[in-house]
Design a protein around this ligand. Sequence first.
Ligand SMILES: [Mg+2]
Length: 265
Amino acid sequence: MNDLSCLKPIRMFVLDMDGTIYLGDRLFPFTPSFLETVRATGRDFCFFTNNSSKNRQAYLEKLDRMGIRIPPEKMLISNGVILDWLAANRPGERCYLVGTPPLTRDFLDAGVALDDRDPDYVVLGFDTTLTYEKLEKACSFIRRGKPVYGVNPDFNCPVEGGFIPDCGSIAALVKASTGVQCEFFGKPSPHTLRYMLEHTGCKPQELAVVGDRLYTDIAVADGSPVVSILVMSGETTPEMLAESPVQPDLVVSDLGELASVLQSL
Ligand SMILES: [Mg+2]
Protein backbone atom coordinates (compact mmCIF):
# COMPACT_ATOMS: atom_id res chain seq x y z
CA MET A 1 0.00 0.00 0.00
CA ASN A 2 0.95 3.64 -0.62
CA ASP A 3 3.23 2.99 -3.59
CA LEU A 4 2.85 6.43 -5.15
CA SER A 5 4.02 5.35 -8.62
CA CYS A 6 0.44 4.27 -9.45
CA LEU A 7 -0.54 7.98 -9.41
CA LYS A 8 1.81 9.02 -12.23
CA PRO A 9 -0.41 7.84 -15.14
CA ILE A 10 -3.63 9.17 -13.56
CA ARG A 11 -5.54 11.62 -15.81
CA MET A 12 -8.90 11.60 -14.05
CA PHE A 13 -10.06 11.44 -10.44
CA VAL A 14 -13.63 10.23 -9.89
CA LEU A 15 -14.53 11.71 -6.53
CA ASP A 16 -17.14 10.48 -4.10
CA MET A 17 -19.07 13.29 -2.43
CA ASP A 18 -20.22 12.91 1.20
CA GLY A 19 -17.27 12.17 3.48
CA THR A 20 -14.83 12.95 0.65
CA ILE A 21 -15.39 16.53 -0.61
CA TYR A 22 -17.87 17.62 2.06
CA LEU A 23 -19.69 16.42 5.15
CA GLY A 24 -23.42 17.08 4.87
CA ASP A 25 -23.67 20.74 3.90
CA ARG A 26 -20.13 21.64 4.98
CA LEU A 27 -17.50 21.75 2.24
CA PHE A 28 -14.14 20.52 3.57
CA PRO A 29 -11.71 23.49 3.69
CA PHE A 30 -9.12 21.62 1.58
CA THR A 31 -11.49 20.66 -1.27
CA PRO A 32 -11.16 23.83 -3.46
CA SER A 33 -7.35 23.76 -3.32
CA PHE A 34 -7.33 20.01 -4.05
CA LEU A 35 -9.41 20.61 -7.20
CA GLU A 36 -6.99 23.41 -8.16
CA THR A 37 -4.01 21.10 -7.69
CA VAL A 38 -5.63 18.43 -9.86
CA ARG A 39 -5.99 20.97 -12.68
CA ALA A 40 -2.55 22.52 -12.09
CA THR A 41 -0.89 19.11 -12.45
CA GLY A 42 -2.55 18.59 -15.84
CA ARG A 43 -5.25 16.24 -14.58
CA ASP A 44 -9.03 16.41 -14.34
CA PHE A 45 -11.81 15.34 -11.97
CA CYS A 46 -15.48 14.47 -11.93
CA PHE A 47 -17.92 13.45 -9.20
CA PHE A 48 -19.92 10.26 -8.74
CA THR A 49 -22.70 9.66 -6.23
CA ASN A 50 -24.79 6.54 -5.54
CA ASN A 51 -27.67 8.64 -4.13
CA SER A 52 -30.61 7.76 -6.39
CA SER A 53 -33.10 9.82 -4.35
CA LYS A 54 -31.72 12.89 -6.15
CA ASN A 55 -30.54 13.61 -9.66
CA ARG A 56 -27.71 15.37 -11.49
CA GLN A 57 -29.44 18.76 -11.33
CA ALA A 58 -29.85 18.62 -7.55
CA TYR A 59 -26.13 17.87 -7.13
CA LEU A 60 -25.05 20.58 -9.59
CA GLU A 61 -27.08 23.04 -7.52
CA LYS A 62 -25.58 21.81 -4.24
CA LEU A 63 -22.03 22.09 -5.63
CA ASP A 64 -22.81 25.54 -7.01
CA ARG A 65 -23.95 26.68 -3.54
CA MET A 66 -20.55 25.52 -2.26
CA GLY A 67 -18.75 27.51 -4.94
CA ILE A 68 -17.87 24.51 -7.14
CA ARG A 69 -19.01 25.10 -10.71
CA ILE A 70 -18.69 22.21 -13.15
CA PRO A 71 -20.23 21.31 -16.50
CA PRO A 72 -23.15 18.83 -16.13
CA GLU A 73 -21.25 15.94 -17.73
CA LYS A 74 -18.79 15.99 -14.80
CA MET A 75 -21.57 15.07 -12.35
CA LEU A 76 -22.11 11.30 -12.56
CA ILE A 77 -24.85 9.49 -10.63
CA SER A 78 -26.03 5.89 -10.28
CA ASN A 79 -29.28 6.85 -12.09
CA GLY A 80 -27.22 7.26 -15.29
CA VAL A 81 -25.57 3.84 -14.88
CA ILE A 82 -28.86 1.92 -14.79
CA LEU A 83 -30.44 4.09 -17.50
CA ASP A 84 -27.53 3.40 -19.89
CA TRP A 85 -27.81 -0.31 -19.14
CA LEU A 86 -31.61 -0.37 -19.61
CA ALA A 87 -31.28 1.47 -22.95
CA ALA A 88 -28.82 -1.19 -24.17
CA ASN A 89 -30.42 -4.27 -22.60
CA ARG A 90 -34.18 -3.66 -22.22
CA PRO A 91 -35.00 -1.13 -24.94
CA GLY A 92 -38.68 -0.36 -25.47
CA GLU A 93 -39.77 -2.32 -22.41
CA ARG A 94 -41.98 -0.98 -19.64
CA CYS A 95 -40.77 -0.28 -16.11
CA TYR A 96 -42.44 -0.19 -12.71
CA LEU A 97 -40.31 2.36 -10.85
CA VAL A 98 -40.14 2.71 -7.07
CA GLY A 99 -38.47 6.10 -6.85
CA THR A 100 -38.56 9.77 -5.94
CA PRO A 101 -39.83 12.50 -8.31
CA PRO A 102 -36.23 13.41 -9.41
CA LEU A 103 -35.44 9.75 -10.28
CA THR A 104 -38.79 9.46 -12.06
CA ARG A 105 -37.92 12.57 -14.07
CA ASP A 106 -34.58 11.02 -15.11
CA PHE A 107 -36.37 7.86 -16.31
CA LEU A 108 -38.93 9.87 -18.28
CA ASP A 109 -36.21 12.12 -19.76
CA ALA A 110 -34.35 8.98 -20.87
CA GLY A 111 -37.48 7.79 -22.67
CA VAL A 112 -38.32 4.87 -20.37
CA ALA A 113 -42.05 4.01 -20.42
CA LEU A 114 -43.37 3.78 -16.86
CA ASP A 115 -46.19 1.33 -16.15
CA ASP A 116 -47.83 0.45 -12.83
CA ARG A 117 -50.24 -2.17 -14.25
CA ASP A 118 -48.33 -4.56 -16.51
CA PRO A 119 -44.60 -3.71 -16.55
CA ASP A 120 -41.80 -5.86 -18.02
CA TYR A 121 -39.47 -5.24 -15.08
CA VAL A 122 -39.22 -3.46 -11.71
CA VAL A 123 -36.62 -0.88 -10.63
CA LEU A 124 -36.03 0.00 -6.96
CA GLY A 125 -34.45 3.37 -6.18
CA PHE A 126 -33.58 5.15 -2.93
CA ASP A 127 -37.21 6.18 -2.55
CA THR A 128 -37.69 8.69 0.26
CA THR A 129 -41.33 8.90 -0.93
CA LEU A 130 -41.89 5.14 -0.50
CA THR A 131 -45.43 4.01 0.33
CA TYR A 132 -46.93 0.64 1.24
CA GLU A 133 -48.84 0.69 -2.04
CA LYS A 134 -45.60 0.98 -4.06
CA LEU A 135 -44.03 -1.91 -2.11
CA GLU A 136 -47.12 -4.06 -2.59
CA LYS A 137 -47.14 -3.46 -6.35
CA ALA A 138 -43.40 -4.03 -6.76
CA CYS A 139 -43.58 -7.31 -4.81
CA SER A 140 -46.59 -8.60 -6.73
CA PHE A 141 -44.91 -7.92 -10.11
CA ILE A 142 -41.76 -9.68 -8.89
CA ARG A 143 -43.81 -12.66 -7.66
CA ARG A 144 -45.21 -12.87 -11.19
CA GLY A 145 -41.66 -13.35 -12.43
CA LYS A 146 -40.72 -9.82 -13.50
CA PRO A 147 -36.98 -9.13 -13.07
CA VAL A 148 -35.99 -6.54 -10.46
CA TYR A 149 -33.06 -4.11 -10.47
CA GLY A 150 -31.77 -1.85 -7.69
CA VAL A 151 -30.25 1.54 -8.58
CA ASN A 152 -27.72 1.52 -5.67
CA PRO A 153 -26.90 -1.08 -3.00
CA ASP A 154 -26.27 1.20 0.02
CA PHE A 155 -28.16 0.11 3.15
CA ASN A 156 -28.02 3.54 4.78
CA CYS A 157 -27.53 7.14 3.72
CA PRO A 158 -25.71 9.52 6.08
CA VAL A 159 -27.77 12.54 7.12
CA GLU A 160 -27.37 15.24 9.75
CA GLY A 161 -27.35 13.41 13.08
CA GLY A 162 -27.33 9.81 11.80
CA PHE A 163 -28.56 7.58 8.97
CA ILE A 164 -31.73 6.88 6.99
CA PRO A 165 -32.61 3.61 5.17
CA ASP A 166 -31.32 3.63 1.58
CA CYS A 167 -32.07 1.58 -1.55
CA GLY A 168 -30.29 -1.55 -0.26
CA SER A 169 -32.64 -1.67 2.73
CA ILE A 170 -35.71 -1.28 0.52
CA ALA A 171 -34.37 -4.12 -1.66
CA ALA A 172 -33.84 -6.25 1.47
CA LEU A 173 -37.49 -5.73 2.44
CA VAL A 174 -38.59 -6.73 -1.07
CA LYS A 175 -36.35 -9.79 -0.91
CA ALA A 176 -37.83 -10.81 2.45
CA SER A 177 -41.29 -10.73 0.88
CA THR A 178 -40.54 -12.26 -2.54
CA GLY A 179 -37.38 -14.31 -2.02
CA VAL A 180 -35.84 -12.46 -4.99
CA GLN A 181 -32.55 -10.59 -4.69
CA CYS A 182 -32.34 -7.69 -7.15
CA GLU A 183 -29.32 -6.98 -9.30
CA PHE A 184 -27.68 -3.72 -8.17
CA PHE A 185 -26.16 -0.89 -10.18
CA GLY A 186 -24.20 2.08 -8.75
CA LYS A 187 -20.92 1.56 -6.88
CA PRO A 188 -19.45 -1.10 -6.50
CA SER A 189 -21.09 -2.87 -9.47
CA PRO A 190 -19.02 -3.59 -12.59
CA HIS A 191 -21.71 -1.64 -14.50
CA THR A 192 -20.48 1.48 -12.71
CA LEU A 193 -16.80 0.87 -13.42
CA ARG A 194 -17.66 0.46 -17.12
CA TYR A 195 -19.78 3.64 -17.00
CA MET A 196 -16.94 5.63 -15.41
CA LEU A 197 -14.47 4.48 -18.08
CA GLU A 198 -16.91 5.17 -20.92
CA HIS A 199 -17.91 8.61 -19.66
CA THR A 200 -14.35 9.78 -18.97
CA GLY A 201 -12.76 8.18 -22.03
CA CYS A 202 -9.90 6.98 -19.83
CA LYS A 203 -7.97 3.73 -19.89
CA PRO A 204 -8.28 1.85 -16.55
CA GLN A 205 -4.76 2.76 -15.39
CA GLU A 206 -5.50 6.46 -16.06
CA LEU A 207 -8.49 6.51 -13.71
CA ALA A 208 -8.48 6.87 -9.91
CA VAL A 209 -11.57 6.49 -7.75
CA VAL A 210 -11.49 8.39 -4.47
CA GLY A 211 -13.88 7.85 -1.59
CA ASP A 212 -14.45 7.22 2.11
CA ARG A 213 -16.34 3.92 1.93
CA LEU A 214 -14.57 0.59 1.48
CA TYR A 215 -17.51 -1.52 0.26
CA THR A 216 -18.66 0.95 -2.43
CA ASP A 217 -16.04 3.60 -3.36
CA ILE A 218 -13.02 1.29 -3.06
CA ALA A 219 -14.68 -2.02 -3.98
CA VAL A 220 -15.75 -0.62 -7.38
CA ALA A 221 -12.09 -0.75 -8.51
CA ASP A 222 -11.32 -4.14 -6.92
CA GLY A 223 -9.66 -6.58 -9.32
CA SER A 224 -9.16 -3.90 -12.00
CA PRO A 225 -6.18 -1.68 -12.89
CA VAL A 226 -8.23 1.37 -11.81
CA VAL A 227 -6.47 2.97 -8.82
CA SER A 228 -8.47 3.24 -5.59
CA ILE A 229 -7.74 5.90 -2.99
CA LEU A 230 -9.33 5.80 0.45
CA VAL A 231 -9.79 9.06 2.36
CA MET A 232 -10.13 8.78 6.14
CA SER A 233 -12.31 11.93 6.32
CA GLY A 234 -15.61 10.01 6.24
CA GLU A 235 -17.00 6.79 7.62
CA THR A 236 -13.99 4.43 7.59
CA THR A 237 -12.06 3.98 10.84
CA PRO A 238 -8.55 2.45 11.04
CA GLU A 239 -10.17 -0.67 12.58
CA MET A 240 -12.60 -1.04 9.64
CA LEU A 241 -9.68 -0.67 7.21
CA ALA A 242 -7.61 -3.30 9.02
CA GLU A 243 -10.47 -5.83 8.95
CA SER A 244 -11.66 -5.18 5.38
CA PRO A 245 -11.22 -7.83 2.67
CA VAL A 246 -11.30 -4.95 0.16
CA GLN A 247 -8.11 -2.90 0.33
CA PRO A 248 -7.38 0.42 -1.43
CA ASP A 249 -4.23 1.08 -3.47
CA LEU A 250 -3.57 4.24 -1.45
CA VAL A 251 -4.76 5.62 1.89
CA VAL A 252 -4.65 9.35 2.72
CA SER A 253 -6.11 11.26 5.64
CA ASP A 254 -8.07 13.52 3.28
CA LEU A 255 -7.98 15.34 -0.08
CA GLY A 256 -5.59 17.89 1.44
CA GLU A 257 -2.99 15.17 1.87
CA LEU A 258 -3.70 13.83 -1.63
CA ALA A 259 -3.03 17.34 -3.03
CA SER A 260 0.40 17.37 -1.31
CA VAL A 261 1.15 13.93 -2.73
CA LEU A 262 0.25 15.09 -6.27
CA GLN A 263 2.49 18.14 -5.94
CA SER A 264 5.40 15.93 -4.83
CA LEU A 265 5.25 13.51 -7.78
MG1 LIG B 1 -19.00 8.89 0.86
